[in-house]
Design a protein around this ligand. Structure first.
Ligand code: ASP
Length: 323
């Protein structure tokens, strides 16, 4: 998986986060719920593309579906910061013209990707953060919710485990520990698509990393790191430890390898994720698509929630490496 296809009229791919996702830690019910959540996300995006809609609308709808699910680390299921609140980041990019909207450290926005879309459409800026971003949300009618909306028991317990581990280790680690069990820390949702008009778009939304602090912002809202879309090359959405994706400018690096070195999509994504990210000691993956409809989803972590759909075919969803 997946089977690259050449020149389908349209296509969509999604991810629901990469990390230490092992079958041994999963119940059949939970796995079925994740697969179902991803199918719903694919259906939301696919229907728009099928009706002739824009890739930009499709990726937003696909991300909305996962933001509304408690399972994924974005929107409803966002992880907690060190202080026990939820701070979310999101970015959406239009491959036609490189227009981009991004938000960071928002605490009351039900669907951060919708706010990112408003930034793309109505702001002369690209990235808004914190209280200012929420004031902008109010001006543009984006739904705000009480922080209790984001409270899920599973995420709260993840934070407690992370805090316990930190106490045992004698305080905060100053470096990201690659050997650490990151199961409790990461996750993100994203979508990339090509529409019938041949336009690309990408969207990514995340609660970031459990136990983050000091206003930490990850790769998701940083254009070119966690999100990129350019009709000349590809659309990319990343997941994994954001610090590594930022240092690699991972999403843009895939596009740059295509543009300046003539790499094909699959080669370029493999070079950045399987070689460069691994060499740097980072964990994660990307979903990427080009205008011909080729999709690739490389990751170097044990698992990545992921899926795609081509016209007139069943959606394909997967979790573990061996699928
Ligand atoms: N990339 C996200 C971040 O660093 C987390 C993730 O994808 O798991 O905020």
């Amino acid at each position: 998986m997946p089977q690259p296809q050449t020149n389908p009229p349209f296509a969509i791919a999604i991810h629901g986060g990469a990390g230490t996702i092992l079958k041994a830690n999963m119940t059949p019910e939970l796995e079925a719920a994740y697969l179902d959540g991803m199918r719903q996300s694919l259906a939301a995006g696919y229907d728009i593309l099928d009706r002739g809609g824009a890739a930009l609308d499709a990726v937003q709808a696909a991300v909305n579906a996962m933001e509304d699910s408690p399972l994924f680390n974005a929107g409803k299921g966002a992880v907690f910061t060190h202080e026990g609140v939820n701070e979310q980041d999101a970015c959406i990019m239009d491959g036609r013209n490189l227009e981009t909207g991004a938000v960071a450290v928002v605490r009351h926005v039900r669907n951060p990707i919708n706010l990112a879309r408003k930034v793309l459409e109505h702001s002369k800026h690209v990235l808004l953060a914190g209280e200012g971003a929420e004031a902008f949300a109010r001006q543009h009618g984006v739904e705000l919710v009480d922080p209790s909306y984001f409270h899920t028991e599973q995420r709260w317990q993840q934070l407690q485990r992370a805090l316990d581990k930190e106490r045992e280790a004698g305080g905060e680690q100053t470096r990201l520990d690659h050997s650490d069990d990151k199961r409790d820390k990461i996750g993100t949702v994203g979508a990339v698509a090509v529409d019938r008009a041949g336009n690309l778009a990408a969207a990514t939304s995340t609660g970031g990393m459990t136990n983050k602090r000091f206003g930490r912002i990850g790769d998701t809202p940083i254009i070119g790191a966690g999100t990129w879309a350019d009709n000349e090359t590809c659309a990319v959405s990343a997941t994994g430890v954001g610090e590594y994706m930022m240092r690699l400018v991972a999403a843009y690096d895939i596009a740059a390898l295509m543009k300046y070195k003539g790499f094909r999509l699959i080669e370029a994504a493999d070079e950045v994720i399987m070689r460069k990210l691994t060499a740097l000691g980072g964990d994660g993956g990307v979903i990427a698509i080009d205008r011909s409809g080729t999709i690739t989803m490389p990751f170097n972590s044990p698992g990545m929630y992921r899926g795609y759909r081509y016209p007139d075919e069943e959606p394909v969803v997967a979790v573990y490496r061996e699928e």
